[in-house]
Design a protein around this ligand. Sequence first.
Ligand code: 13P
Length: 342
Amino acid sequence: MGRQVLEQTAKELVAEGKGILAADETVPTVTKRLNALNIESTPDSRRTYREMFFTTPGAADFISGAILYDETIRQKGSSGIPLADVLAKEGIIPGIKVDTGAKPLAGSPDETITEGLDGLRDRLKEYYGLGARFAKWRGVIRITDTRPSPMCIDVNAHALGRYAALCQEAGLVPIVEPEVLMDGAHTIERCENVTSAVLHAVFDALFTQGVRLEGMLLKPNMVIAGKSCPKQASVNEVATATLRCLRRHVPAAVPGIVFLSGGQSDVVATRHLNAINALATPRPWKVSFSYGRALQFKAGQQAFHHRAKCNGAAALGKYTDVLEGKGVMVAASAGMTEWHDD
Ligand code: 13P
C-alpha cells in the first residue's frame, strides 16, 4: 500500500507534459530577488511572492508539483488557507526541501557535503502532516582541474541514499538531486565524465540502502560545458551527451528524470529539455523539468505561465520558437541566471 502510493505520486509528478516548480529558495536568496524588485523582504512579502506563482491561473496544466521551503509550508495564503492546501486544491502536489545546505567538507574544505540528516526522520513526519508528499535534497559537486575528489562524490552519494531511504519510510517521494555545477571553464566532455561518476556512485548508494527506484525521481544537471569554457556546446550536443550519460547510469525502474536549470537562462533551459525529448534515442523514463531560476526568472503570473507552458511542451519534445511569440528572448538566452542558494 505505502509503496503503491509512493509510486503513484512519483508518476503523477512526471505526468505527460508536466514538470515541477522549485520554489524552495532560502530566505536570503528570496530576499535578493525581492530587493532587486525594490520590495522589502518580510515573511508577508515572501508569502505574497510565492503565492503569486502558486495561484497563477492554468499553472496546473504544466506544473505537477511545487517544492516549498520550510517557511512557506508553514504559511497561510491570503485566503487564510495553508499554502500547501492552496496548491493541493489546484492539483499541484506540495513538496519540501529538507536538506539544510551544503557545508565545507572536513578534510577537503573547498568541496561541500550537504547537511540535514540529524533529526530528519522527525522532520519528515512533520512535513507529511503539513501536506508534503515529496521531498528534495541537493548534493553539490564542483568541477576544477583537481575536483571533485572521490571522497566528495562518495559522501554526497551516501547522504542522498540516507535521505531517500528515510523519505520512503515516511511516505514521501524523494527527489534525489546530485548537482554537478556549471561554474568553471571545464569542457562538456569533463562534465560528462564527472556526471557519470556521480550518478554511478548515487545509484550504488541507493541500491546499498534499499531505496525503491520506482518510488523516487532523479534531479540531475544536464551535461553542459562550464560557464566560462571558451567552447560552448550546441543545443544538440548538450542533448546527445546528456541522454547518453543518463542512459548509461540511470536504471529503467526510475519513473522520471527532472532536470535542474543550474544557471542556464530560461529559454536555453527550455531548448535543451526539448532537444533531449526530441532525440530518437529511446528513453525508459519520463524526462521533464524541476526548474527554479529558469521558471521564476521574470516575476509575474503571465511570465511564469508562459515559461511553464513552454517547458510543458519541451517535456513532450514539442517546443518551438513560435511558442515564445514575438521577439524570442535571445538576449535572455545568452545570459546566465544568478542567485541560487550557496
Ligand atoms: P535551478 O533550476 O534554479 O537550478 O533550481 C532548481 C533547484 O531546485 C536546485 O536545487
